[in-house]
Design a protein around this ligand. Sequence first.
Ligand SMILES: Nc1ncnc2c1ncn2[C@@H]1O[C@H](COP(=O)(O)OP(=O)(O)OP(=O)(O)O)[C@@H](O)[C@H]1O
Ligand SMILES: [Mg+2]
Length: 508
Amino acid sequence: MNDDIILDVRNVTKKFPGVIALNNVSIQVKRGEIHGLCGENGAGKSTLMKILSGVYPYGTYEGSVIYEGQELKLEERSIRQATEQGIAIVYQELTLVPSMTVGENVYLGKEPLENGIINWNKLYANTDRILAQYKLDVKSQSLVKSLGVGKMQMVEIAKALSEDAKVLILDEPTSALTEAEINKLMEILGILKEHGVTCIYITHKLDEFFRITDRVTVLRDGQTVTTQPTEDLTEERLVNFMVGRQMKERFPKGHRQPGEVMFEVEDLHAEDPNESGRNVLNGVSFNLRRGEILGIAGLMGSGRTELVTTIFGEYGKITKGKIKLENKDIQINSARQAIETGISLVPEDRKGQGLVLINSILKNISLPNLNQFASFFRLDKDAELQASMRQAKNLAIKAPNLQVNCDTLSGGNQQKVVIAKWLLSKPKILIMDDPTRGIDVGAKYEIYKLMNELAEKGVSIIMISSELEEVLGMSDRVMVMHEGRSNGTLDVKEATQEKIMALATGIA
Ligand SMILES: Nc1ncnc2c1ncn2[C@@H]1O[C@H](COP(=O)(O)OP(=O)(O)OP(=O)(O)O)[C@@H](O)[C@H]1O
Ligand SMILES: [Mg+2]
């Protein structure tokens, strides 16, 4: 037995109906290391982690997992068993109960008891101890719903660590975090490492592998491609391992010729619909030309999502300003009206707003677009299926067929379904709120290509993005927001990361 190896995954195979999610996967995780796990959407990363944490118990997969020298045999319906043995996981989606306090969440289902009743003092004292030990900056008595996503992530970590974890699994922990929160998380991972905790770290942001991991394993189509020390890797090599081919450029070249002004927003002011008097937009002006891609940059909280959801008729109460489509004033009060007017929005929170998980891929893609397939009050099922299949193929959605429910898809593939649905809606104005978050590099490229094609056909696109490289790589112009205002618009030819940051932070 090799004492340095804490987890030895040996020839693990996991099948679902029509899908081999893991095909003979072997990975060795060394004690105390941060081990990165990398791979395209649907490669099998989350499935493997669900085996390690007992979501898929012993007997539901082939092969074996040796943990601390012994075969891991987690029983059915006993996710707690993994944590008791020291394997803790922070899932791709947050799992906290918003109406409870931090402490209640950390000890949910394992509250310390005294004579059969919960010992609250102990519960909060223990929580405080964990929070302090790992320098997690939250208060044990705060309500979870009062916290931002970054802090919720910390609570998830505290929860995972509340039983002495030897192995901590993080599945895309940074996808909803701000730059500052990501830095904080990296710091926390460093502290965990000092405490001897072994980490398995999954992300689609390749730079993070280079910031914190010691070694990286790449999965492709359910198989192990390679495990390499991070210092022997470059971003380019990692991408090649992931997608199995050379990828020379990250952004496809468009051949766009933006035309006349299609859409205008003039001095838009709006307030929070739930809190009258609280302004969320304080004067936004921009225009958008036919076939143009306008990037919207800005820090988290600068009002970007508020702007597009207000335009889409779903959020802010407009108190001043104008919105014009093709030179006519428009007033939009609902998402349905927006779609009828020719405006579509790929929302930021795709899980919550974009997708009906218990519906099939086909229904999710076609439902808002049924009018395209209806003739004489009958649904042309062939046309519906064909159009949906074309979208699914373009975006390389990984599924046995379009009839499977979306809850069986990997996280990234669920996102692609939402994007497919809105691409099919043939809008005049397509708004995309952080469209490539959680999506692998290969699929990002496909989405960029589709954006280019749409723009070349005359669709005008507004793209919010937190990745400056993406904004610079895809936009014709970049509008930068700061504190609910448009703080300047740059032509991409003159735009640089520094100039955008200066406008975003309000220095310029
Ligand atoms: N419960 C399930 N039923 C059927 N198929 C499933 C189920 N869970 C996962 N799959 C399939 O197994 C494959 C691997 O999915 P997994 O979630 O492990 O991917 P992933 O690598 O985590 O991808 P992502 O980067 O998108 O999160 C996918 O093809 C997915 O559709
Ligand atoms: Mg996943």
